[in-house]
Design a protein around this ligand. Structure first.
Ligand code: FAD
Length: 465
């Protein structure tokens, strides 16, 4: 008998409940991944994520080969493709780990019923969130609106289960393997121009790379994380986000490794790190209950907000890291170069776009979606709404990040600024280059004080309307 394992956002062999179920069944195993750009409502991946997916699938394919099972790659509407794979392989069961977006859930549940109707077992597992979004809800059975009580309730509800070991080996059906697409033919990698050099230099997509990041973090930056997580020049965070996004490592593995590492000197650092994983859970609960989180204001009163139709030139200055504000430009160039940006700088760049340029948060959300290797449907949308003030537990509208004060406080020597904006190396004043000579560096696109006041009065008008 054959069980089909359908990999999705869980590109790993350890702590993979669907894979373990297939291995434990004693069946022969067929493993597949489907590139689905056809099912309605499933958001196409951005450019940086496509780059990541290519390398992650290649790593997963190699691990599965070692276990004795090839990874079959197919393209198309996943529901149809899985039915075809069931026919081709003669599978009597299909297993997968859950996804939580509305379009994904809808597709999965209709596939489950159509498989069941044909006498094929279909079973799904919890793998990518510590808590299912519906498990720990507020009194009214809805999503929590505030993070702190949500996370407290989660931790009281249940200690995250221990991770599952990877299967030692799997058996593949006899006979010729199933047809598989060639990964390069999917065209996930950039060609002309090849913008991925910085990504290649920075990341090792795949499960081994994820565990290396985790080990490095626990042996290094975890100590002092509570403070150093705010310093963009320092390697002070785990950089696990793209690995978690593609499920190359599970939150259960990260959680337990961190807990096991805790001692009296790191207890507070590990607690804070755990609560960052909690923000990921919180974002997914918000998305589960508000499926349109990337496009619709969580707080409907924000629908009345009039965004400034800022000039295209201002938007482009932001996208290209040429606003004339060093922290904003360093962040946007870091994003462009390595497909990732430090959290503090994400907050500052988002605040600048929304509040100083008065450009709709959705424009920023889309740009990050395209450029981030960790672009995550829930965390990206929830974070943009958090900065805009339109989200749950949002930053209050009058909190406008001042990029000059932020870099003076969190990057006092300007190391981060100069690393990503090399022309600032010669500036007389690295935090406020307009105050002296700064050859080759642009003048500010907007005045900080005026644009701040403009935003405050627009937000004030909204709160009074
Ligand atoms: P660490 O500090 O090491 O944290 C560990 C893990 O916790 C992260 O890998 C991540 O999975 C999770 N995490 C940490 N902070 C947050 C947070 N605020 N919200 C949700 N999860 C968090 N994160 C994404 O994973 N994908 C996104 O698309 C994304 N978009 C963002 C957009 C904006 C405007 C902002 C302000 C934040 C965004 N974040 C996003 C959250 C956060 O910036 C990143 O998760 C973090 O910078 C990743 O770096 P790290 O892995 O070193 O984090």
């Amino acid at each position: 008998a054959v069980t089909l394992v359908w990999f999705r956002d869980d590109l790993r062999i350890s702590d993979n409940p669907a894979l373990v179920a297939a291995a434990d069944s004693g069946d022969d195993v067929v493993a597949c991944y489907v590139l689905d750009e056809e099912t309605e409502g499933i958001r196409p991946l951005g450019g940086a994520s496509r780059w990541w997916l290519h390398h992650s699938l290649s790593a997963l394919g190699a691990s599965l080969d070692q276990l004795g099972v090839p990874l079959v790659l197919r393209r198309g509407a996943a529901g149809d493709v899985i039915h075809r794979l069931v026919e081709d392989s003669g599978a009597h069961a299909v297993v997968w780990n859950r996804r939580y977006g509305l379009a994904e859930r809808t597709a999965d549940s209709s596939l489950k019923s159509s498989l069941t109707n044909r006498g094929v077992d279909a079973t799904s597992y919890q793998a990518n969130l510590l808590y299912e979004p519906w498990e720990v809800t507020s009194g009214s059975g809805q999503a929590y609106k505030v993070f702190t009580p949500f996370w407290r309730a989660c931790l009281t509800f249940r200690t995250p289960r221990a991770p599952l070991a990877a299967p030692d080996s799997l058996s593949s059906p006899d006979g010729p393997g199933l047809d598989s697409d060639e990964l390069p033919a999917w065209g996930l990698l950039p060609t002309e121009p090849d913008w991925a050099q910085g990504l290649r230099d920075t990341w090792t997509p795949g499960e081994a790379g994820a565990h290396e990041r985790l080990d490095d973090f626990l042996d290094g930056a975890a100590q002092g994380y509570k403070n150093s997580r705010n310093l963009p020049a320092v390697h002070g965070t785990s950089m696990l986000s793209p690995h978690l996004r593609f499920g190359e490592i599970s939150p259960f593995e990260v959680w337990h490794a961190a807990q096991d590492h805790k001692d009296s000197s790191t207890a507070e650092d590990i607690r804070v790190f755990g609560s960052e994983l909690g923000w990921r859970e919180f974002s997914w609960q918000l998305l589960y209950f508000n499926p349109e989180l990337a496009t619709v204001n969580y707080r409907p009163e924000f629908d009345a907000f009039t965004w400034e139709s800022s000039t295209q030139a201002e938007l482009e200055a932001w996208q290209r890291g040429r606003t004339g504000y060093p922290l904003i430009d360093a962040g946007m160039r870091q994003l462009w170069e390595i497909g990732w940006m430090h959290n503090r700088v994400r907050m500052a760049t988002a605040s600048f776009l929304i509040k100083n340029l008065m450009i709709d948060w959705r424009v920023g959300e889309k740009f990050f979606w395209d450029c981030l290797v960790d672009a995550d449907a829930a965390s990206n949308a929830a974070s943009w709404q958090w900065v805009a003030g339109s989200g749950a537990d949002a930053s209050p509208y009058f909190r406008i990040f001042n990029p000059v004060l932020q870099s003076k406080k969190f990057d006092p020597k300007g190391d981060y600024l100069v690393r990503f904006v090399p022309e600032l190396a010669d500036a007389e004043n690295v935090h406020e280059p307009w105050k002296g000579s700064a050859p080759g560096y642009p003048a500010p696109v907007v005045d900080l004080k005026e644009s701040r006041e403009r935003a405050l009065s627009a937000y004030k008008a909204l709160s009074e309307s």
